[in-house]
Design a binder for this molecule. Sequence first.
Ligand code: ATP
Ligand code: MG
Ligand code: MG
Length: 553
Amino acid sequence: RETMPDNFIDDIIRKDLETGWCTTVHTRFPPEPNGYLHIGHAKSIVLNFSLAEKYGGTCNLRFDDTNPEKETEEYVRAIMEDVRWLGFDWGDRLYFASDYFDRMYELAVRLIKEGKAYVDHSTPEEISRMRGVPTEPGIPSPYRDRSVEENLELFEKMRRGEFEEGECVLRAKIDMSSPNMHLRDPVMYRIRKVSHYRQGDRWCIYPTYDWAHGLEDAFEGITHSICTLEFEVHRPLYDWFLDQIPDLPHPKQIEFARLNLTHTVMSKRLLTQLVQEGHVDGWDDPRLPTIAGLRRRGFTPSSIRTFCYRIGVSKVESVVDMAFLEAVIREELNKTAPRRMAVLEPVKLVITNYPEDQVEWLEAENNPEDPSAGTRLIPFCRELYIEREDFMEDPPPKYYRLAPGREVRLKHAYIIRCEEVVKDEAGNIVEIRCTYDPETRSGGRRSDRKVKATLHWVSARHGFRAQVRLYDRLFTKEDPTDVEEGKTFLDYINPDSLVILEDAVLEPSLEHVEAGENYQFLRKGYFCLDSKYSTPERLVFNRTVTLKDEWER
Ligand code: ATP
Ligand code: MG
Ligand code: MG
């Protein structure tokens, strides 16, 4: 199977293998279970698992669950499901950072004993004030030079819950005048009297990312710890902590540019807000860039992997156009999706010269891009539905579809001619009356007669009603986090991002489709069954993408 194309990380790893810095490659994907995975995470998953695959190594799935506040078992389950669905297998290498809390605590005690960490009673504001600004040395905390004995005792008390939240923290004693602010005595532990979803109330002190993450990597024997660019400035700290513990392996941190996409948000904080405040229909809303949302929308695992291979990995921040993600799934489904006919906004069409009781089962190819996909039979009779927009009583120039007196072809069937329009009292068109030319059946003797349009249709006697959901970008603004004065990102939600059509009519073969299958509805785009709202009595379909990029305008 394909892997991530070679990039600067491959150069580093090949060199590390050549020089013997490492003999195997061991990566990890380390999500925090405080939300669902999104397409940005997919990039990291594909990258980490690809590297392991390319160099015959292994990749861990590690839950970086060191913050008790927002982490839940539900997120753990959802993340595992999504990684598996994307096609990656961590085998027996499933880890939880919270399982290391005892070891981390012991190592913190060791640093205290070596005079490299201290308990600080300053408030967060005082700590930040004393850190100062990068261009000038900071001010050492008045607690910085406490004795080892006192620090050991205070840290033990912190662990036993004898201090309140915010009363004190454990800090590493590094360098209060470093130009890198992260080295100005970073916090290692803070007090949080909150239950942890796995550890319960065993702990009331929790390690910070900087202290915990390198240890997690080292405990697991990770060789290359890949993270996003914002951690580049943390790297000296990652290395400092591991340098203090020479008996542990020392993984190499490598940073790459995160994936940014237009017309959406990918910060977990903002995604959580959209979900919790009900702006969207849960984490799997098909408009979200979450893996669960993309799955419900009809994206396939291979399309997401292909997207990740194509955007590439680099050190330079960039923003990928949403249209590119859509182009990738469109290209895949064009090759693989069986074609079907569905009329989304129907109007009745009667063929007056077609025998009343006759039904013909016409053969239709399933996929012109793939002859091996075979054919199916679709019923044709006197009463059909066509798309309301495919008929105009007074067509403007360049409108070539059906109009009074005009001929069009019905796909896989006959050429018809519009003879008459029936309206209700309000003047709405309720029926289009046509005649057909029996000689023009597709594949028949006079099937090559030229007309300017071919329409899709569904037999009114055989088709079934379904709900169809059309999606558009969730935000009208390319970067909804770039907010104008007095607004929030919520002000840029696209009010037309979901359109629900209640009366679509679908060809009968669509009655037995399953979630996870993709179909092209001729002329209308790619669709799949909605896994959330479909019932056997009423099927609901989601449009994955249109046939063409409608944003090119
Ligand atoms: P947020 O910043 O919104 O809280 P996060 O990055 O902290 O999200 P994590 O669960 O910590 O979310 O991420 C797990 C892994 O996925 C990390 O290694 C992170 O670098 C990577 N990752 C997260 N977002 C992206 C992205 N947009 N592009 C590439 N990798 C990403
Ligand atoms: Mg985070
Ligand atoms: Mg993170």
